[in-house]
Write a protein that binds this ligand. Sequence first.
Ligand code: ZN
Ligand code: ZN
Length: 134
Amino acid sequence: MKISGECFCGQVSYSINGPLQDARSCHCSRCRKAFSSQASAYALVDPENFRWETGEDLLTLFQNQHGFGLKFCSLCGSTLCGVFQGIVHGITLGCVNGDPDVEIGRHIYVGSKAGWEVMPQNVLQFEEAAPIDA
Ligand SMILES: [Zn+2]
Ligand SMILES: [Zn+2]
């Protein structure tokens, strides 16, 4: 399966030659800031399958002291991927084009969600980390 994605302005694009894995949404206060949204929407990729197609030189990396970072387009601000120690770890679902054939499997840190967010019904949710994330 071939998946593509791009930022809001379209200058940065990528392709993934394989499936997305482990799609999840985190509602913690840090993810709200990092994703400028009510929650993260993120899925893992096999780094071997991931390739920047255009605009890689426009990306800016924001990295924490643990070596985990996010790369965003310096022109439009879209956050495209997460990196761990310099290697692409996963992608933000919002920048994927079309239907990548995954669904968010779990909502985590719902216990610290924003007061203004109304959770959808019938989703798998955890107050903090899911057992699989711990
Ligand atoms: Zn852009
Ligand atoms: Zn989070």
